[in-house]
Design a protein around this ligand. Sequence first.
Ligand code: DLL
Length: 433
Amino acid sequence: MIWNPSKECMPREELRELQGKRLAKVVNRVYHNVPYYREKMQALGLEPGDIQTLDDITKLPFTTYEDLNATYPFGLAAVPKSELVRVHASSGTTGKPKIGVYTRRDIDIWSECVARCLSMAGITKDDVIQVGYGYGLFTGGLGAHYGAEHLGALVLPMSAGNTQKLISMMIDCEATAIACTPSYLLHVAEDLEKSGLKDKIKLKYAICGAEPWTNEMRDQMEKKLNIKAFDIYGLTEICGPGVANDCEYHEGLHIWEDHFLPEILDPVTLQPVPEGESGELVITTLTKEGMPMIRYRTKDLTSLKYEKCKCGRTMARIQRFKGRTDDMLIIRGVNVFPSQVEAALLTIDGITPHYMLVVDRINNEDTLEIQVEVEERFFSDEVSALENLKKKVHSCLRQAIGLNADVKLVEPNALPHSDGKTKHVTDKRKLYV
Ligand code: DLL
């Protein structure tokens, strides 16, 4: 079902006009309310009046994680703090977390965007939806929650982690939809199979995102659970889940262009690529009040398709993600940067700067092994010294990245060393096409 046909199916000419107007308005707002943006525009000799139509967007400066880091936490807010009602965050590199702040209207618009996504999957107010994304600073839990309430569905705010409880509530409350990461849903499917409870569930739809996944994973979960599974995309800096979602034709994720203006740029030259070619997705928020983003470089690599979809929606479609321009990994739904691991390791005495993250997916669950070279002396010392060091490394990494990793301490020179770019990650999951 199309939640908001007047927007989702807007003729593209009309949409472009709306986008142009909104762009001029948001640029004017940030110029006057955010000194950081004003200075960046002034450095390019730009004034708000220079941005009149959509084509003027290429004149504007970019916003990056480094800008977020430099202005952390509220330096990019375009309203006084008293107008803000919510903060969300996700991990950055070794710097500060990436943060998003919201006014009440931002939350309302975000909820509508998520409601459009859920509705696209066929979910209605008659459904019972389990939210299995983490609640808290992560946008997944509360984002899906507010969107589902906006739709009028009955929400079970489960959060992530306790699979047994999730399954028993799924059965008891007759959940018909679930929103969680795709890898977690496959894990739930496996537990349902093992426990012989599969026939007791009433699940019909899944809304999965927050990490890359493949068509093979979709096939698996649809077959195992007898459901229809949909892909939802978003990022903290823009709002959270609900920036885009795929419809029943699964030919890309419709991005809500009345709120988020997408561009695809060559990540090196930062020039637009021809339509249909891959590049970095750059998003400008057209309606956000709390923390508008001007040409935010998402670092996600993809392409866009603008032709009208068979579903009737005119909104452009984000094609399969091809990877990221940085080295961010998403492990069990948590964003992890090798640089965070490195910074944490270097605080421990006896550890050398040589390490390797080995990521795999075993029985539908992400595994992370962190191999670390330690000084020679630990191998000649008593075994307990090595064991203690291992515990220390484990807890230090848990603090730094928020995940339990298997730590493997190895002897000096056991890992590949290089004069050039040392490889710090072996990802065996092959999630990007
Ligand atoms: O992951 C927001 C979200 C929550 C999206 C729940 C969907 C569902 P961050 O933690 O800021 O926000 O991570 C954003 O995750 O730039 C992508 O690299 C990746 N990502 C998110 N959704 C998808 C997806 C949330 N459907 C980063 N497919 C983004 C591929 C995704 N990658």
